[in-house]
Design a protein around this ligand. Structure first.
Ligand code: FES
Length: 120
């Protein structure tokens, strides 16, 4: 059955937040050392307070964008984000999940290999 967003998914949006953990000092780093567990938990709680329904916010293993983390991907949109703060999470929920627009400043582009700076 096709849902209201035109996809076949069980949820309207399925969000995967990498919480992969590596040993300290690993050359690629990891999302866990950048507060990914707490930010994912915050996202789940905040989605509830916003009254957002029919989405799923799962932890995931490594999404292979480690240097740019913490990272998440939202399906079925196939939009990838990097985020660092609760404010980033609030913006992703408000702009992307509630209003259906992409938060351009946080998007991880396909060929991107370093983080944007504030004035990029
Ligand atoms: S550790 Fe998160 S993308 Fe690899």
């Amino acid at each position: 059955m096709i849902n209201q967003n035109g996809s076949f998914g069980f949820y309207d949006k399925h969000i995967f937040c990498c919480t992969n953990e590596r040993k300290l000092g690993h050359p690629r780093g990891c999302c866990a050392e950048k507060n990914a567990f707490k930010l994912r938990a915050y996202m789940k709680a905040k989605a509830k307070t916003f009254g957002i329904e029919n989405i799923r916010i799962n932890t995931s293993g490594c999404l292979d964008r480690c240097e740019l983390g913490p990272t998440m991907v939202i399906y079925p949109d196939n939009v990838w984000y990097t985020y660092q703060t609760r404010e980033d999470i609030d913006e992703i929920l408000n702009v992307h999940i509630i209003n259906g627009k992409v938060v351009e400043r946080l998007v991880l582009k396909r060929n991107q290999n370093k983080l944007h700076k504030a004035n990029d």
